[in-house]
Design a protein around this ligand. Structure first.
Ligand code: ZN
Length: 93
């Protein structure tokens, strides 16, 4: 099942990126989304991952994990956000 497959991958990869960034979501879940790979509620520090990420490569999942972790400290995709992406994943572009 896609959902359990994705959860296994997140459990494997999220701690790595939490360690690198020192950013920690209060909780996370997976759900079906149509238009985005992930979403972050900055107020409560919770991240949702799109179940359909299970069909993508681990690299793609890692990118989304990092992207949503950075949203914990920067809500919009501004220069500050991009500088964090550059810092933690220089090849992301
Ligand atoms: Zn975003």
């Amino acid at each position: 099942m896609l959902q359990s497959l994705l959860k296994t991958e997140i459990i494997r990869l999220l701690p790595k990126w939490e360690k690198i960034t020192d950013l920690h979501p209060t909780s996370w879940q997976t759900k079906y989304m149509t238009f985005r790979w992930g979403t972050c509620n900055t107020k409560i520090g919770k991240i949702w991952f799109n179940v359909q990420l299970a069909k993508r490569t681990p690299e793609c999942l890692e990118y989304v994990i990092l992207h949503e972790l950075i949203h914990l400290i920067e809500k919009s995709h501004n220069e500050r956000f991009v500088s964090f992406m550059d810092k933690y994943m220089p090849m992301w572009r």
